[in-house]
Ligand binder design. Structure first.
Ligand SMILES: [Zn+2]
Ligand SMILES: [Zn+2]
Length: 338
């Protein structure tokens, strides 16, 4: 099979590898599409390094069942499926507390490395894609699952003023989820086209942070109270500091994005103390979030199709990574032919 392999910074090669087999208990899948995640691009640009090379990237993939291991009964050849890459044990301390996204025995199986033609997954980590959902749309199951976990941690209530910092694909998923929680949603970004898209998917207000002081704008929009919830969907430390300044009484500030490189933020403890601010973070998702995400896509509750800006073949995976790195367009999906 053909697969994209990362050898070093911006050195991504398409190579010929052996096909994986459907051994006992596994499902062999013909991969049809894989979304490009900012975390893939972080490895590509050298923001993250380490471990073994060549490295296989891509965890937002979907495909068709090609073959199943002898003891697999739940799936048959031809089924369209999306893979949850987080193989959780269900037995460790965190799993038993329901915090599956921190499973101590997290396995990845063959699920990671979706920029290639074939992969294997254990049946419990597959979901059948409903007939009305395209392969490209199903690629959003994983990022949307992360946002569902994030929305839960953000504690959005009906009538809240919610600020989403960053209108990339993730910020635009958060925007739609916050609307469904019954919030008034304000989105901040510096890219005009992204703010247009935010308004198109339901944001009530948009702030161009290179033209306006975002804190002043939020205060003005909330009659001086500040926001009830701020979701930071960009890994920029200044954005985290700004988010704290926008927060009103009892607000929740959720650092949803990862920060690379990590850099301390300036934090006025009195801001937290006197405003009773709940400062939290959110990371990854649980198996149930994954199921819920696919359901929201199926019923059109979250529109993901509108977020796809690039559909590229496997040979152009590196160009797709470059586009994400330059913040061109929105979501890049690699379409993988047989
Ligand atoms: Zn992802
Ligand atoms: Zn576990």
């Amino acid at each position: 099979m053909r697969a994209a392999q990362l050898y070093g910074v911006r050195d991504l090669r398409i190579e010929e590898l052996d096909d994986p087999g459907a051994d006992d208990g596994n499902v062999l899948i013909d991969i049809t599409a894989c979304g490009v995640c900012p975390s893939d691009v972080r490895w590509y640009t050298g923001g993250r390094t380490g471990g073994d090379y060549p490295r296989r990237l891509g965890h937002e993939w979907v495909g068709r069942v090609l073959d199943t291991g002898a003891d697999v009964e739940a799936f048959a050849a031809g089924d369209r499926v999306v893979a949850d890459w987080r193989v959780v044990c269900g037995e460790c301390y965190n799993c038993r507390r329901g915090v599956f996204n921190y499973c101590s025995n997290m396995g990845r199986g063959g699920v990671r490395g979706g920029f290639c033609q074939r992969g294997t997954v254990i049946p419990s980590n597959l979901r059948v894609i409903p007939g009305t959902v395209s392969d490209e749309e199903a690629c959003f199951t994983e990022p949307l699952a992360c946002c569902i976990n994030g929305a839960r941690k953000s504690d959005i209530r009906t009538g809240d003023d919610v600020v989403i910092v960053g209108a990339g694909p993730i910020g635009l998923l958060h925007t739609q989820l916050a609307k469904h929680h019954g919030a008034r949603v304000i989105v901040c970004d510096r890219i005009e086209a992204r703010l247009h898209k935010a308004l198109e998917v339901g944001a009530d207000d948009a702030i161009r942070i290179d033209e306006q002081n975002a804190v002043d704008a939020v205060m003005e929009m909330t009659e001086g109270r500040g926001a009830n919830v701020i979701v930071v969907a960009v890994g920029v430390t200044a954005a985290a500091e700004t988010a704290l300044e926008m927060a009103g009484i009892n607000a929740t500030v959720n650092l949803f994005a990862g920060f690379y490189p990590s850099d301390p933020i300036a934090l006025d403890p009195n801001l937290i103390h006197y405003k009773q601010i709940n400062l939290t973070g959110s990371h990854d998702f649980t198996p149930h979030d994954f199921t819920s995400a696919l359901k929201l896509i199926e019923h059109g509750i979250v529109d993901v199709e509108t977020l796809i800006s690039h559909r590229l073949p496997l040979d152009e995976t590196a160009a797709g990574f470059d586009a994400v790195d330059r913040r061109e367009g929105l979501k890049v999906v690699i379409e993988i032919a047989e």
